[in-house]
Design a protein around this ligand. Structure first.
Ligand code: PMP
Length: 468
């Protein structure tokens, strides 16, 4: 009967929600809030579009978690994964085994990355790419007899994953509170945050302030004790903080002069997110190490990578006693299915025209955000390539933030969802956007309309009005 079949249909969904609430711990979430709210279960996706289990159609302006750069439902990626799984689902990298897709992908990344980077270690995520960088920097310093170089510098509001050491390079309070972080050897300098910078919004002033603070911090720690400076070319999880052009190059140059390693964390900015394949390319920056993940496989399967210069590689290799292994590795490093997916995803960026489409669409995206800068809630619109943000403020003159007790971030997110739009709503009322490289001009029009409606709806909330 109709009744029997409809209850049959709704049962699995109801139980999945309950099972989630009972048993599934969600990443970077308030556990109590999640128990109350429950999960929103996503069911399918195509291009820039998502559908949830209740049948809502959503325009995803955040590419999952700024990772599905190629968009959902790319059949050729599914095919590449299927073929590799059928042929050989797993090949260890231990005992000198390997696989063809892993070797080809390593070579492809070296080809695409800045010329300084020659060697690739594959990981499962951005966090363990950062962890690999930190551990192998220690090996490098051990090999060259500089084990006193234990100190690391990163940016305030920087994000470098949630491994133990990486969460200490991350400079966001939730990643430190109760974890015993940061460690004494982890230090932060101010972000190149034009909208709220102590030195004003002049690009040259921001760049020289960052360089000066890096130098001062290195001198204070002791120049021979600093291992590396880590940064994102555009800060993502800290609220999409876009530095002035020339900032990355200046920081790279300062590290060279200070004799410390420069590590570019391109986990978000890689694979066309800011325009070129990597953000370093835009300024001709040659890092000592680079971390990547997300767009590498477009989120279809997990994979990250850490690339290093030949100098670091040769020093580590020479420093190890003959036949003694360098004890860093995981079961799934260079997983052949992930590698096959990575190769196909990169083919879509290049030969499939996605990188070019992303570049062609960036002005549309920039207009969507810039046109909202005059909205009463918006303090600043900022963007590079297909990475951007609207910073909401309670007072445009003073740039005052809303009282977190208002719960505005959750409201904006829920209102956007009701209007058929997915984006990120940070706790300090920064809205983050990272549309897939396959977005069309029409989809940006729709995004603009849904976003304006969302901000207008939020403005109607009485308590928000009171606060403005
Ligand atoms: N570094 C950066 C710059 C990131 O944005 C992220 C994830 N958002 C990470 C590292 C960690 O990556 P993952 O979540 O895959 O561990």
């Amino acid at each position: 009967s109709a009744l029997a079949s409809s209850s049959h249909l709704s049962l699995p969904q109801t139980s999945a929600l309950e099972l989630d609430r009972e048993h599934l711990i969600h990443p970077v979430s308030s556990w109590r809030a999640h128990e109350k709210r429950g999960a929103t279960l996503l069911q399918s996706g195509k291009g820039a579009w998502l559908r949830d289990t209740e049948g809502h159609e959503l325009l995803d302006a955040f590419a999952g978690l700024w990772c599905v750069n190629a968009g959902y439902g790319q059949e050729s990626v599914v095919q590449a994964a299927t073929e590799q799984m059928r042929k050989l689902p797993y090949a260890t990298g231990y005992f000198h085994f390997g696989s063809e897709p892993a070797a080809r992908l390593a070579a492809k990344l070296v080809d695409l990355a800045p010329p300084s980077l020659q060697h690739v270690y594959f990981t499962l995520s951005g966090s363990d790419a950062v962890e690999a960088a930190v551990r192998l920097i220690a090996q490098y310093n051990h090999a060259r007899g500089q084990t006193q170089r234990r100190h690391f510098i990163s940016l305030e509001r920087g994000y470098h994953g949630s491994s133990f050491f990486g969460a200490g390079l991350t400079a966001l309070p939730a990643f430190h509170r109760g974890f015993g972080l940061p460690l004494p050897e982890q230090h932060y300098i101010a972000s190149p945050y034009a909208y709220r910078s102590a030195v004003g919004s002049d690009p040259l002033a921001i760049i020289s302030a960052s360089v000066a603070e890096l130098r001062a911090t290195v001198q204070q720690i002791g120049q021979d004790k600093v291992a590396a400076f880590f940064c994102e070319p555009v800060q993502g999880s800290g609220g999409v903080i876009v530095p002035p052009e020339g900032w990355l190059k200046a920081m790279r140059q300062a590290c060279r002069e200070l004799g410390i390693l420069f590590v570019a964390d391109e986990v978000i900015t890689g694979f066309g997110r800011t325009g070129p394949m990597f953000a370093c390319e835009a300024e001709g920056v040659d890092p000592d190490m680079m971390t990547m993940a997300k767009g590498l496989t477009s989120g279809y399967v997990p994979m990250g990578a850490m690339l290093m210069s030949d100098e670091i590689y040769q020093t580590i290799a020479d420093g190890a006693p003959a036949g003694v292994p360098i004890g860093h590795g995981t079961t799934y490093s260079a997983h052949p299915v992930s590698a096959a997916v990575g190769l196909e995803v990169i083919r879509l960026y290049e030969e499939g025209g996605l990188l070019a489409n992303g570049q062609a669409m960036a002005p549309h995206f920039a207009r969507v955000l810039a046109n909202l800068a005059d909205h009463p809630l918006v303090g600043e619109a900022r963007q590079r390539g297909l990475l951007g943000a609207l910073e909401l403020v309670s007072n445009k003159q003073t740039k005052a933030r809303f009282d977190p007790a208002l719960g505005l971030a959750d409201r904006v997110f829920a209102t956007g969802y009701r209007n058929g739009l997915v984006f990120r709503s940070f706790g300090d009322n920064i809205l983050g956007f990272a549309p897939a490289l396959c977005f069309t001009a029409e989809e940006f029009e729709l995004m603009a309309a849904r976003l304006r409606k969302t901000l207008d709806d939020v403005l109607d909330f009485a308590d928000v009005r009171r606060a403005t």
